[in-house]
Design a protein around this ligand. Structure first.
Ligand code: IDP
Ligand code: CA
Length: 506
């Protein structure tokens, strides 16, 4: 049976991708055949014939070249980005008659609006593959225009231009265009949020893309978590093996934060409060996911809450002061579940940005290398930074002499490549980094004055979720060149619902 993604919430379920009525190659063929409006005179017949043959041969060559290119992009750009279980066809044959289609997802987040343009390719009789993503982000978020709605249109048009440049003209009409808003609009008074959405809808309707009545909406927090869980498990290849292991997802936005994972322990399901479990139907399986979004616990909301309550003079070190305030803010806000200790988690958005911003990912990598050269890492995951002496009070610079090299690791050094590459660290590394950054801030002004508070917040938030300090987290911005965001999971869902509308009987 054909594989696809379907959602339990639908009354009738169908598989995500059904045969589009008009494949892009058919469209292109038609375009070529429309070129033949030459006036044919008797003498010009042989000449016309020659020109026709020439155009035909050129077209075939061009078609083969672009098709082969597309095949390479499948295997190179996104090896894990494939759904269904078919193996790659041998080089050259997968491209024959393959279809290309696109989907555009706008993420209206609380701190910025982003466009994700997804390109999919479907070889004949196979399930589609994600072949490319184009991404662009703008700041501030849509909610910043709550009192000047007209101004919000400019950024939306700018991002629409990115989609127009990326998607060939022939595909515009068939490409779904969707915007989903998250915490920023959830936190606005309903009327203001609706006015902003109406404005976006007007701009969308004037665009050349496929725009439905449901093209703009505020997404609920559970769907946000579930969609991001689908994205991360799709990109890591976890969805390909039915019954295989999956990974958990941690997303820290500006206004809200989401946690989602697939519980394996019956006790977790039973101990989860109402609203924390969601059924998701996908690849002929039902997943009972633990997924929850905490509105108001995003990093920017937390900053407000933490700062709003500070009273009097600092009585202790900056880190202790911050930690005490953060604990107050988090008190009784987060549901803790034992099982998170045993699930592999990917963390992105602010989790990643913060760690990369203070050079934490790089420092951990280097500390691990040093440790490996010196003595080898212990079997149990522990903080490599901690092992090298990054204990409180933190040293600004640690240098460990080894017989072969001089090892050093230092926070605050951000290499340009950091923005793209991720890495693993343990939860305790956030605390080590927080202590170091807070301590440095006490004596010298920092370029990012919020780092101390932000790192303290993240460290305690993770502990509130139930992660021990030794828990390894994978931090990343992209997997196989695709943004780790709910946007990909959400476009699957949207295309699925479009197909369901087209053929309700299937
Ligand atoms: O697609 C993405 N790629 C990279 N980072 C993203 C993406 N989407 C959101 N982020 C990150 O998420 C954080 C902001 O969250 P956002 O503005 O989405 O708040 P919200 O989710 O609470 O509405 C920032 O760290 C931003 O860089
Ligand atoms: Ca977000």
């Amino acid at each position: 049976m054909k594989k696809g993604i379907r959602y339990e919430t639908s009354r009738k379920t169908s598989y995500i991708f059904q045969q589009p009525q008009h494949g892009p190659w058919q469209t292109r063929m038609r375009k070529i055949s429309n070129h033949g409006s030459l006036r044919v005179a008797k003498v010009a017949y042989p000449l016309g014939l020659c020109v026709g043959v020439f155009i035909y041969v050129a077209y075939i060559k061009w078609h083969r070249a672009t098709a082969t290119q597309a095949f390479f992009s499948i295997t190179r750009a996104a090896p894990g980005a494939r759904w269904g279980q078919q193996a790659h066809s041998p080089l050259g044959t997968a491209a024959d008659g393959h279809e290309v289609f696109y989907g555009i997802m706008f993420d209206a987040g609380s701190t910025g609006t982003r466009v994700h343009v997804f390109q999919f390719t479907r070889p004949p009789r196979e399930t589609p593959t994600l072949t490319h993503e184009t991404f662009k982000a703008l700041k501030p978020g849509l909610s910043a225009y709550a009192d000047d709605v007209e101004k919000s249109a400019q950024g939306i048009r700018e991002l629409l231009d990115v989609a127009k440049q990326d998607i060939p003209f022939d595909f515009w009409k068939a490409t779904p265009l969707v915007l989903k808003a998250t915490a920023g609009l959830r936190l606005l008074p309903g009327e203001k949020a609706q006015k902003l959405l109406q404005k976006v809808k007007k701009v969308f309707k004037a665009s050349p893309f496929l725009v439905g009545d449901d093209c703009v909406s505020i997404m609920n927090g559970t769907d946000e978590g579930v969609s991001a869980w689908i994205t991360i498990n799709f990109l890591t290849g976890s969805l390909k093996t039915p019954g295989g292991s999956s990974v958990g997802m941690l997303d820290l936005g500006g206004g809200s934060t989401q946690i989602a994972f697939l519980p394996r322990v019956e006790g977790t399901l039973q101990a989860s409060p109402p609203g924390y479990l969601t059924a998701l139907r996908m690849f002929n399986r039902t997943y009972k996911l633990y997924s929850y979004s905490y509105l108001g616990l995003g990093l920017m909301s937390a900053r407000l809450a933490i700062l709003g309550g500070v009273e009097g003079q600092p009585a202790a070190s900056l880190h202790e002061l911050c930690a005490a305030r953060v604990s107050e803010v988090l008190q009784n806000r987060v549901h803790r579940t034992e099982e998170v200790k045993h699930v592999d988690f990917y963390a992105f958005s602010y989790y990643y940005d913060l760690a990369a911003g203070v050079g934490l990912i790089e420092a951990v990598l280097r500390a691990r290398e040093c440790r490996l050269q010196l003595e080898g890492l212990p079997q149990k995951p522990v903080s490599a930074l901690g092992l090298l002496g990054w204990r409180s009070p933190c040293q600004p610079h640690v240098s460990v002499a080894s017989p072969t090299s001089q090892c050093s690791c230092r926070l605050g050094v951000v290499s340009p490549t950091d923005a793209e590459k991720g890495g693993s660290l343990v939860v305790g590394d956030f605390e080590i980094a927080a202590k170091y950054v807070c301590r440095t801030l006490e004596t010298q002004p920092q370029s990012s004055p919020f780092s101390c508070m932000d790192l303290t917040y993240v460290s305690l938030l993770l502990q509130e979720f139930g992660f021990p300090r030794s828990k390894v987290l994978k931090l990343t911005r992209k997997i196989d060149n695709v943004e780790t965001s709910w946007a990909l999971g959400a476009i699957f869902h949207y295309i699925d619902s479009l197909n369901r509308q087209k053929s309700p009987a299937s």
